[in-house]
Write a protein that binds this ligand. Structure first.
Ligand SMILES: Cc1cc2nc3c(=O)[nH]c(=O)nc-3n(C[C@H](O)[C@H](O)[C@H](O)COP(=O)(O)OP(=O)(O)OC[C@H]3O[C@@H](n4cnc5c(N)ncnc54)[C@H](O)[C@@H]3O)c2cc1C
Length: 323
């Protein structure tokens, strides 16, 4: 690992002042579970001069509820989200997603903000510098996406452009299904970004001088059902090959509203709006579940080695709908 300065931030304002001083040369570190691996492999082009420890910012790890909903500070650890009684009682999909991330060691250190801002796991992007030099690509600012003609079994089937890597965050899927908003603080003040708008094919909405402060999640409608299902190669610890976040609210026996969000199939959490439309006003039974699951993959454009994700997606949507 190359050397860097390590600065400890005491507040959001302090963090912003360090970021404005060092610009692109500074990198925030919360739990460090993603950042340190990237720094060690030197797979990135830009290496930070300064790593800013933000774990020391007081109060940014709180999990709070009020009449409007749930607010989770960016520094809340995934283990705390998975274990929170408030979260488990009213937003169980979030607790399930947090509990599905990696293993206890990562969940005990990794934070919500870090989970959302983590880099893609694309194996071309992460190729270590020590083994013949890093691989350049569009996401790093230069060169084609090698996954298009290469080994693309874990890459995108929806919405990719220039880069076919998928968003690895399980929390993003659950948060998108819950219609969450991310509060970002920067030199111009605070702004809110919808979870569904946070990612784009080459990264996310954060500028180099910004920090995620918290995530706000509205209270779900009465009579709602929430499900998070994740398919992965190794059940003990793995990123999703496909995941589904489902939040439906019922009006008697029929669906009043539905959010069906797919994970690990696109640059960000992908709303399967055709599946949502197929469910609205319908009862949930094997027939409507089959229709919705078929609608979930409409518009998918698989690459040479990842068409298998279509069948997994359909199966997960069906399983989420039929308990
Ligand atoms: C072996 C392994 C298995 C994993 N499996 C899964 C999995 O199954 N599902 C899944 O979702 N994830 C998985 N992960 C990823 C893991 O969840 C993330 O590494 C972790 O959540 C990152 O949190 P952190 O606090 O350690 O972030 P850090 O490593 O500190 O930071 C990650 C990135 O986010 C930025 N960042 C951190 N906090 C903020 C903030 N508040 N504002 C703006 N930027 C910020 C940092 O600058 C950095 O770029 C896995 C990781 C490992 C190593």
């Amino acid at each position: 690992m190359k050397t860097f300065q390590h600065k400890t931030a005491t507040s959001v304002a302090d963090t912003l002042s360090i970021l404005s001083e060092y610009g692109e040369k500074a990198k925030l570190m919360a739990g460090g579970t993603d950042l340190l691996g990237l720094l060690k492999s030197k797979s990135m082009v830009g290496y930070p001069d300064v790593v800013v420890n933000i774990k020391t910012i007081a109060g940014l790890n709180e999990i709070k509820t009020d009449a409007q909903g749930l607010t989770i500070g960016a520094l809340a650890r995934l283990a705390d989200i998975a274990g929170s009684t408030d979260v488990k009682d009213t937003w169980p999909i979030l607790a399930e997603a947090a509990a599905s991330v990696a293993m206890p060691q990562i969940r005990n250190v990794g934070t919500l903000g870090g989970n959302l801002a983590q880099e893609t796991r694309c194996w071309y992007f992460r190729f270590p510098n020590a083994i013949g030099g890093r691989i350049m690509c569009k996401r790093k600012g230069e060169g084609p996406c090698l996954a298009v003609k290469g080994d693309n079994r874990y890459h995108a089937i929806f919405g990719a452009k220039k880069c076919f890597a998928v968003c690895p965050s399980d929390m993003a899927v659950a948060l998108a299904a819950l219609d969450a908003q991310i509060k970002i603080s920067g030199p111009k003040g605070e702004r809110m970004v919808a979870m569904t708008d946070f990612y784009h094919p080459l990264g996310n909405a954060l500028a180099a001088d910004e920090i995620i402060v918290e995530v706000q999640i509205p209270r779900p409608a009465d009579n709602n059902r929430q499900v998070f299902i994740k398919h992965r190669v190794r059940d003990t610890i793995d990123f999703a090959t496909v995941s589904v976040g489902l939040v439906v609210s019922m009006d008697g026996e029929t669906v009043a509203d539905a959010r069906v969000v797919l994970g690990a199939v696109a640059p960000g959490p992908y709303r399967a709006t055709k599946a949502e439309a197929a469910l609205k006003g319908q009862p949930i039974n094997s027939e409507t579940a089959a229709t919705a699951s078929a609608a979930a993959i409409v518009g998918a454009v698989p690459l040479s080695r990842n068409a298998y994700k279509l069948d997994i997606t359909k199966t997960l949507v069906k399983r989420a709908l039929l308990p």
